[in-house]
Design a protein around this ligand. Structure first.
Ligand SMILES: NC(=O)c1ccc[n+]([C@@H]2O[C@H](COP(=O)([O-])OP(=O)(O)OC[C@H]3O[C@@H](n4cnc5c(N)ncnc54)[C@H](O)[C@@H]3O)[C@@H](O)[C@H]2O)c1
Ligand SMILES: CC(C)[C@H](C(=O)O)[C@@H](O)C(=O)O
Length: 952
């Protein structure tokens, strides 16, 4: 049990809109206390008192003694706002003789002074990138704005005069030190921009001198600049990023400038503040008042439309600076981001009226709490794991005597639990491994749920590490129909029950697309209920697709058993011609080596000097088709390209635990095959096998009934290139013929947004393509799109087995560029002339920088959790601890084992259209329906064959 820690937070709602916004902040604090106390022992006690106008009404004073003494006792204070037209507005606060009494605002000044809150921090950045559109300034001007105003709070004109010759400069010194502390916390160290009016004011000359001396003497590493306040006010609207870093200034300038700054992110209701009495360095107690920067908004108070985000983000600052709970602070910021984010980017688009939204104050606060609960449960599961799985530092040296290992073996070894010697695993070993992520789609979740129900619906191991995407059976045109609606509901219900952190609406992304782009990390062990789970190997994760029931075990326990496979090395050399990406490379590999041969039941490892020419998207297409190749996994050696790709992610949780392994010089590969990328050209894999590969020139002119660009294997890079091919075709005067179907379904909404921003979607549209919602579409033909019987298609998807694109349809595979080129005349066409017409520079600009020479990686060795004889229960928790007490397992399972011949095409056993089936009987009734339509009747008649229901 964690040792209990009681935290006292004083709540001062204040006047007008103050109570409304504070109410939402309080809900956030309560959620944190309720959910986190079982893991971190922290209990937040809330006490409410009065300040400002309401305090004047109740006691005659804006800061009653009871409020001040409660403030002195508290660890932190949450404040709404004070003041409003209801209270007298005389100029001199002390002029009680006129019978007007003190102003409510005086209460605020008095509490700041009494608690010696000398520094007021006001961060200004976009709580969500989706808000950029709401800024009254241009996107190009405000994008990337990120500064914190540090305002000196208990001096300046507010509290009396100072002169240049004031020797001490004490207040300037301490606020400068605090600013320097914040600057040093940033990586790289932030610049301090000190603002004053030294050309006119004596106080400003004192300010400038003290700031300079303090920084030069005490913080020589912190860069700083002086600006005049009037120039800074102009920068703020002309080019605010000039001020990125820490903006240090005195009381009145800070007050005015921070209101001006609030315009950048679009509303005064977004910016939080913290007023501190010490350095927030976690060493000394640092008391603070946390409040939105806005006032009491009397014009909109009580209407339910005040934006509570500034107050909620002030709670995040409180967690970080006064309560020493930085992970909870980040959870609050993440929850706010998700609530504000556009739906297109996986958010909820919940916004109040000031941001052109229609949500009420309470609705926004409730949504933040709902999302936050998931993140907090995620922290709880992280904590439970760190108790049971020791935190392992990086092991940089190979332990003496350890056998040479491949990257795949090292990744598996690192995940191993209870090994007797560090890293000693070899092919054939059956070992227990901890699993970083489990994956499923709505289709396979339905199958997993059967096992999950039998287990009594236990808690899952980590609610922040189950990636459940609704992509296979869905399409906005049919999502209301019983089958997709039922599958969507089942996934949504489970996501709610398990408080899944990362959960999106149907047709947001194909399962593997945004998982690979934003989540998987090198060195992770990933188990997915989908055969293309291997896609995450693109970023050097060991990612494997297993049957639905097998994925429930790691979902619930965080562990599974794994047989270490042999590794086959595919060594890439040389540079591919321009326009030849991952899809042509893997088709070339399949054509050369054939499927279910060298890769069969093995892990495939991609290495070699050619990797430097393969972007992560190109690698993704290759890893994605490891399953067509016959492999268990397809893992790329992680390198600086991988690191640069990961560094661009928004969520730090998904970029800071990457592990980079290298095969030892004496590693044993079952086989090594060298693939010369310079020989790869545009290829086509002919129906019905992904390895029946021919040069596109050999089948050029073949008539088509439809073309499809999409499915998980088609990455953003492929879609960009295909868009440019279409542009060139259109420029050359090619136009879409009247016959045939043209469809493009990008892998995710963020990819669609990028294509739109690049101006490429219009070329797809002009070339006659219908743009579909992200989903599997024609690739599995179980949603709204099916190719017709006998129709001939060219598709950039990954498999072209019988009936895959629709019953009796004939699918051929090619790169998106080849499909694009073939789309105009609806006949297979070599894309080369169109590729050659593309401006390479433009293509690279569209892709963005995928290699960053500044990025370096550390190569490490596996550091498994070793067997500890004093603690035989090495596994984090035994299954029985996790299950409800009523659950019982029998110690043996009985059943008949049915051996099929090798290479039975699982799509043939139960055609995807009938998955997941309402029951086993229902599934059985469709067994071999397309390839042996009389199969079921024969069985019913007693014919001696049995069928399994394995798909992968
Ligand atoms: N820290 C404080 O307590 C504090 C700070 C500033 C002003 N005030 C006091 O508040 C009172 C009103 O001052 P004001 O009107 O100049 O400033 P204000 O910040 O209350 O309001 C300015 C404008 O911004 C809007 N606004 C403010 N907060 C908003 C939110 N969360 N969501 C949506 N819109 C929001 C208001 O509707 C108004 O149109 C005055 O008495 C002033 O002294 C108090
Ligand atoms: C209400 C007023 C005293 C206060 C200030 O000027 O400090 C306000 O404008 C703020 O920014 O918090």
């Amino acid at each position: 049990m964690p040792s209990p820690r009681k935290i006292k937070v004083l709540v001062l709602p204040g006047d007008n809109c103050g109570p409304e916004v504070v109410n939402e902040g309080v809900k956030v604090l309560k959620a944190i206390s309720n959910i986190r106390k079982k893991c971190n022992g922290v209990e937040i006690e809330l006490q409410e008192e009065k300040i400002g106008g309401c305090a004047i009404d109740a006691t005659g004073k804006p800061l009653p003694e009871v409020t001040l003494s409660a403030a002195k006792e508290a660890d932190a204070i949450l404040l709404g706002a004070v003041g409003g037209p209801q209270w007298p507005k005389q100029i001199d606060s002390n002029d009680a003789s006129k019978g007007l009494g003190p102003r409510p605002e005086q209460g605020l000044l008095d509490i700041r002074k009494s608690l010696d809150l000398f520094a007021n921090l006001r961060p200004c950045s976009f709580a969500s990138d989706s808000l950029i559109a709401y800024s009254p300034l241009k996107e190009s001007v405000v994008k990337g704005t990120d500064f914190t105003i540090v305002r000196e709070l208990v001096g300046g004109i507010y509290f009396g005069e100072r002169h240049e010759q004031d020797e001490s400069g004490k207040e300037v010194k301490r606020v400068t030190r605090l600013a320097a502390h914040l600057a040093l916390e940033k990586n790289p160290i932030a610049t301090i921009h000190s603002l004053d009016k030294a050309n006119v004011l004596a106080t400003s000359r004192l300010w400038r001198r003290v700031v300079t001396e303090t920084l030069e003497k005490e913080f020589p590493k912190v860069p700083f600049k002086h600006h005049y306040i009037d120039a800074a006010a102009m920068f703020l609207v002309k080019s605010p990023t000039i001020l990125n870093g820490i903006v240090l200034t005195e009381n009145l300038f800070g007050d005015i400038l921070s209101d001006e700054a609030s315009i950048i992110p679009g509303s005064l209701g977004l910016l939080p503040s913290a007023s501190l009495n010490g350095l927030p360095d976690g060493k000394n107690k640092c008391i603070g008042i946390y409040e939105p920067i806005h006032g009491s908004a009397p014009d909109i108070a009580g209407k339910g439309i005040v934006n509570p985000i500034a107050t909620i983000l002030s709670v995040a600052l409180m967690l970080k600076y006064s309560l020493n709970l930085p992970r909870e602070a980040k959870a609050v910021e993440d929850a706010v981001r998700k609530v504000l984010d556009d739906e297109e980017f996986g958010g909820f688009s919940y916004r109040t009226k000031d941001l052109s939204g229609d949500k009420t104050t309470v609705e926004v606060g409730d949504k933040v709490c709902e999302v936050l609960e998931g993140y907090l449960e995620g922290l709880n599961s992280e904590d439970r794991i760190s108790l049971s799985i020791p935190n392992r530092g990086l092991l940089l040296q190979k332990p003496p005597g350890r056998r040479g290992m491949t990257i795949c073996e090292k990744t598996i070894a690192h995940a191993a639990i209870g090994l007797s010697q560090p890293g000693h695993v070899k092919p054939g070993d059956m070992i227990c491994v901890s699993v970083d992520w489990t994956l499923a789609s709505e289709l396979t979740w339905k199958g997993m749920e059967k096992t999950f129900n039998i287990m009594g619906r236990p808690n899952i191991y980590r609610n922040d590490r189950f990636w459940l995407a609704i992509d296979h059976t869905v399409d906005p045109r049919i999502n209301h129909l019983p089958k997709p609606a039922g599958l969507i509901k089942a996934s949504e219900n489970f996501a709610k029950e398990a408080k899944i952190v990362d959960f999106y609406k149907p047709n947001h992304t194909i399962l593997h697309t945004e998982f690979y782009r934003e989540r998987a990390q090198p060195g992770q062990m990933i188990i997915g209920a989908d055969s293309h789970s291997c896609s995450a190997g693109a970023v050097s994760a060991f990612a494997v697709g297993l049957g639905a029931a097998d994925v429930v075990m790691p979902l619930v326990t965080g562990e599974t058993w794994f047989k270490v496979p042999e590794t086959v090395e595919i060594r890439f050399i040389n540079k591919p011609p321009f326009g030849i990406g991952g899809k042509d490379a893997i088709l070339y590999v399949l054509g050369e080596l054939k499927r279910n041969t060298v890769a069969f039941e093995r892990a495939v490892e991609y290495t070699g000097p050619g990797l430097r020419y393969l972007s992560c998207d190109a690698r993704f297409a290759i890893s994605n088709m490891a399953t067509e190749f016959g492999g268990i996994a397809g893992v790329f050696e992680g390198d600086e390209i991988t690191a640069a790709f990961i560094a661009k992610r928004k969520n730090p949780a998904h970029k800071n635990s990457a592990l980079y392994f290298r095969a030892d010089p004496d590693a044993h590969y079952a086989e090594t095959h060298v693939i010369d990328l310079s020989k790869v050209d545009s290829l086509v894999a002919l129906y019905p096998s992904p390895d029946d590969v021919v040069p596109v020139t050999k089948v050029a002119g073949k008539k088509l009934d439809g073309v499809f660009i999409g499915a998980c294997t088609t990455a953003e890079e492929d879609l960009i290139l295909a868009g440019l091919v279409l542009e060139q075709g259109l420029k050359k005067g090619l136009r879409p013929s009247l016959n045939g179907i043209r469809k493009c379904t990008p892998g995710s909404l963020p990819i669609i947004a990028k294509l739109r921003k690049l101006g490429l979607l219009k070329f797809y549209e002009q070339a006659g393509f219908e743009i579909g919602a992200p989903g599997c579409s024609y690739c599995i033909a179980v949603a709204a799109d099916h190719a017709g019987e006998g129709e001939v298609w060219l598709s950039s998807q990954n498999r072209n087995f019988r009936n895959r694109m629709g019953k009796g349809a004939i699918g051929n595979l090619a790169s998106a560029a080849t499909v694009a080129a073939s789309s105009f005349e609806m006949e297979i066409r070599d894309p080369r002339d169109l590729l050659d017409a593309i401006d390479e520079k433009k293509f690279n600009e569209c892709l963005g920088q995928w290699f960053d020479p500044k990025i370096s990686i550390t190569i490490s060795e596996p550091n498994p959790i070793l067997y500890d004889p004093s603690n035989p229960s090495l596994s984090s928790e035994s299954i029985s601890d996790l299950l409800p007490p009523s659950t019982s397992f029998s110690s043996s399972i009985k059943g008949k084992v049915q051996r099929f011949e090798d290479n039975v095409d699982t799509d043939a056993i139960i055609p995807a259209q009938f998955m997941p089936g309402t029951s086993d009987e229902d599934l059985g009734s469709h067994a071999f329906q397309y390839v042996k339509p009389d199969f079921v009747q024969k069985i019913k008649d007693g014919y001696n064959i049995e069928s399994g229901k394995l798909r992968y």
